[in-house]
Design a protein around this ligand. Sequence first.
Ligand SMILES: [Ca+2]
Ligand SMILES: [Ca+2]
Length: 360
Amino acid sequence: MGGFEFMAEQGRALTGDVTFSKDTVTVPAGGVRNVTVTVTLSAEDKAWIREHFENGIYVEGFVYLNDENGVDLSLPFLGFYGDWTQAPVFDTAFWYDNSFFSYAPANGLPEGNEYYNILWTDLGGSDWVLGMNPYTGAVLGADGKIVYDPAHNSVSPNGDGILDGIEEIYLSLMRNAKTLTFTYTVDGEVVYEESIGNASKTSYRSAYGQIVPWIYSWYGRGFYDFADLPSGTEVILTIKGAVDYADGGDHELVIPITVDTKGPELIKVTELPQENGSHYLVIEASDEVDLAFAQLTNTAGTRVFGQTATFETTGDGTKTVTFDITDMGTEFVIALCDYAANESYYALTYLHLRRGRQPA
Ligand SMILES: [Ca+2]
Ligand SMILES: [Ca+2]
């Protein structure tokens, strides 16, 4: 359907060999006799299953015992061809993948019913998602998809209620997990770990009228507190799901989160007069994570001369942005903001045409 394969709720007849350990068996009244039945799939069936079911599929049927004189018996059996641990525990999608914040699906898939995997944070009174630009919200790129860079996942645990930490985790589970384990590491050292048992597969609940994800706060004992970590620390959150079989399988979400409590640093301001009389300021700045937003105003902050969330990257990795200041006076304030909503303000004085000035 539309280039995507869906699994219809229909069986497919398999061929193969069925052998019985005995051709006939006589069971006395009240007695028990064992018969071993071996079902072997044909090479053709195995190839067909491997082609259509990358994570394996059920094999099922009935064993019949025919009685020459009395009642026939049948026994259903259910097996699985493939590695039972292989089918994913976690849905692949995150908030930015599809139809979130009212954006239409950009990947051609049917619009998602409610939630994917989401790490929620807080923008001082409104819910926010990790990695989204706190100054612009979700932004679509040229390809029509929500722009997202996992390197922008950052928190500022300074107690101001804005992006201080993780406030909630939604997980879209495609199958039951015996355990979900949340491990936070810094430089490979575990700083916090919690394991939660018997996580149920995500499913549609008519009482809510929606698909309800697995919600951390319903089961967990508390979120990791980033407050003691110095700015610049990279924390890796690994969420591991284990199915109740063998070693549990290899199911992990790995989410980098950088602690950032420092505002961006202004490195250089260059005045750029043009021959046609226009004047520009080229602002160069850097941040431990990245610049999310810059805004040039008058000193009082009452007039906005320019603002942007788009920056050029220089050879050494710093970011530059150019503002047109033609006929806009001589005194400015530049606000530089990062993805953890830290803000730096610098006063700029545009005094000497044709001469660069350092930050005041
Ligand atoms: Ca904060
Ligand atoms: Ca920063």
